[in-house]
Design a protein around this ligand. Structure first.
Ligand code: CP
Ligand code: NVA
Length: 306
């Protein structure tokens, strides 16, 4: 896995399909405890948005590897008062071994990466959430013999989660269908990139019809209808997204063995019903746990210790 040493992960598509499979294999080994890489490195967390899972799973993973974590809250660091990214990035580069950033604009993440030599990890931007998809794919792999040939239906907002999922599915041989209100479709550029990766071998489709998307799917996935930074739009979006709610009725159209995933935090009664998220097909707690294993694999690989 030394192949990823020193690299950045700004988009899931920064990995080759082979590298993605190798990371998932390492994540499974780390979860099983059959490999125990160690390091004395320092991970920085620079999060401009709230986080529970990403912050804690990255921290726990780094401590379990033997490293240290510095939480660089922007509200108490100079970057939050306007120190340029170019200056902050070059300074943090001298102290840290690796830096995970959660921010709004993908271009800010790219700016950090261009000024810092250390690996920069996308811990969520408005464009993508690649670390979540590493855990999602690990969770799907635990439920089915192989990723290849499965169908994943994503219901709702064509947001950061949808973008990384589309790419991750295309890279893993999973057919992916996104069902969104037409004005909330994923970015065409991301869909086209995924279609180029799939190269006609798997489906990458966007529809406004939730039943058509979910019919026969083995994985049904949803995320909030208003992401962080869009809170003011939440109320007006509810009636627009209501047909895409993952309910027992919608789920009845999926494969009988289908599993349900949600990156969390969830808004029960909006994008998913309480009955579904607490029901027998839900895998959301395993999915949340796998954030730690998948990111431990990512850290170990980027740091060149596994
Ligand atoms: N799924 C996820 O990224 O959760 P947090 O916002 O709590 O990190
Ligand atoms: N789309 C959500 C994901 C949260 C993990 C957001 O960006 O708020």
């Amino acid at each position: 896995m030394g192949a990823l040493q020193g690299r950045d992960l700004l988009s899931l598509a920064d990995l080759t399909t082979d590298e993605l499979q190798e990371l998932l294999h390492l994540a499974a080994q780390l979860k099983a405890g059959t490999t125990k890489p160690r390091c004395e490195k320092i991970l920085g967390l620079l999060f401009y948005k709230a986080s529970t899972r990403t912050r804690v799973s990255f921290s726990a993973a780094m401590y379990q590897l033997g490293g240290q974590v510095l939480d660089l809250n922007p509200s108490v660091t100079q970057v939050g008062r306007g120190e340029p990214i170019s200056d902050t990035a070059r300074v943090l580069d001298r102290y840290l071994d690796i830096l995970a950033i959660r921010t709004f604009d993908q271009r800010d993440l790219e700016a950090f990466a261009s000024y810092a030599q250390i690996p920069i990890i996308n811990a969520l931007t408005d464009l993508e959430h690649p670390c979540q998809v590493l855990a999602d794919l690990q969770t799907i792999q635990e439920s089915f013999a192989s990723l290849s040939g499965l169908t994943l239906a994503y219901m709702g907002d064509g947001n950061n989660m949808a973008h990384s999922l589309i790419l991750g599915c295309a890279m893993s041989g999973i057919n992916v269908r996104v069902a969104s209100p037409p004005e909330y479709s994923p970015l065409e550029a991301v869909v086209q990139k995924a279609q180029a990766i799939a190269n006609g071998k798997t489906e990458v489709t966007v529809t406004a019809d939730p039943v058509a998307a979910v019919t026969g799917a083995q994985v049904v996935y949803t995320d909030v209808w208003a992401s962080m930074g869009q809170e003011a739009l939440a109320e007006t979006r509810i009636p627009i997204f209501q047909p895409y709610q993952v309910s027992e009725v919608l789920l009845s159209h999926a494969d009988k063995e289908a599993i349900v995933l949600h990156c969390l935090p969830a808004h029960r009664g909006e994008e998913i019903t309480d009955a579904v998220i607490e029901g027998p097909q839900s895998r959301v707690w395993d999915q949340a746990e796998n954030r730690m294993h998948a990111q431990k694999a990512l850290l170990a690989s980027l740091l060149g210790i596994a």
